[in-house]
Design a protein around this ligand. Sequence first.
Ligand SMILES: Cc1cc2nc3c(=O)[nH]c(=O)nc-3n(C[C@H](O)[C@H](O)[C@H](O)COP(=O)(O)OP(=O)(O)OC[C@H]3O[C@@H](n4cnc5c(N)ncnc54)[C@H](O)[C@@H]3O)c2cc1C
Length: 234
Amino acid sequence: MAETHLSVKLLYNTPNPDSAAAAAARQCYSAKGASELLEALSQDEVAKLVRQVVKSGHHSVLEHASFTFAAEGISRACTHQLVRHRIASYSQQSQRYVKAKDFNFIMPASVKTKGKEREFIDFMAASAALYSSLCDSGIGKEDARFVLPNACETKIVVTMNGRELLHFFEKRTCSRAQWEIRALAEEMMRLCKERAPLIFENAGPSCVCNLVCPEGKMSCGRWKSVPGCVLKGD
Ligand SMILES: Cc1cc2nc3c(=O)[nH]c(=O)nc-3n(C[C@H](O)[C@H](O)[C@H](O)COP(=O)(O)OP(=O)(O)OC[C@H]3O[C@@H](n4cnc5c(N)ncnc54)[C@H](O)[C@@H]3O)c2cc1C
């Protein structure tokens, strides 16, 4: 049993995601097919097309670019928020089939800042001990897991397309999102920007991608440092 930390890997993605989206977009207005366009489009044309569709909100063509991530060292509290995003595919380590004896856990920085680290670890150990005792008494893993904490580490594979990723980044890289899912979203966004720099060129919270902060008086104030951004909401 030990504290663990977030690790995110981009397992695979649609080859040339920017070009794939551009070819799909161009085909809508061309006598040529997407396979021919994929070969023929110059980098400048790809850039122009992708910027156009992202800016105009014609995001359906971004659905042709798909990205699959493996997230580990992530808490159950975080994956519960993640799986609320419905336009995605998930495969999560099962607490019914994988025994959580000596589970690893995620500890929020605030627990350490407030000097509660020892109590937190003791509670993890107590939870693990009760879990093991329930399992040893013949109670199935699917019932014993009821005593496991939200801090328990899990592993999850996530697939999202470009459109959903832009939406996910808008919601979850915002400073209003909870710190752990924000860390996950920021790392996924960093990896996406490497693979598809055009689709994700302006990815980020609403103040960055829409030039609007909808948070009103709850705003973190970042919008003030984004040229052209306005504040909305109560
Ligand atoms: C800061 C923050 C705080 C939150 N707090 C809470 C909370 O207190 N309680 C709580 O329950 N949740 C909370 N949530 C979760 C939130 O309500 C959403 O469930 C989550 O962000 C998923 O977003 P979504 O529904 O927009 O998008 P996704 O499921 O990712 O879907 C993407 C888009 O597809 C469309 N779509 C998807 N499914 C449908 C559908 N069935 N019908 C029509 N359109 C659809 C919508 O346009 C949607 O925006 C919070 C989220 C954030 C970011």
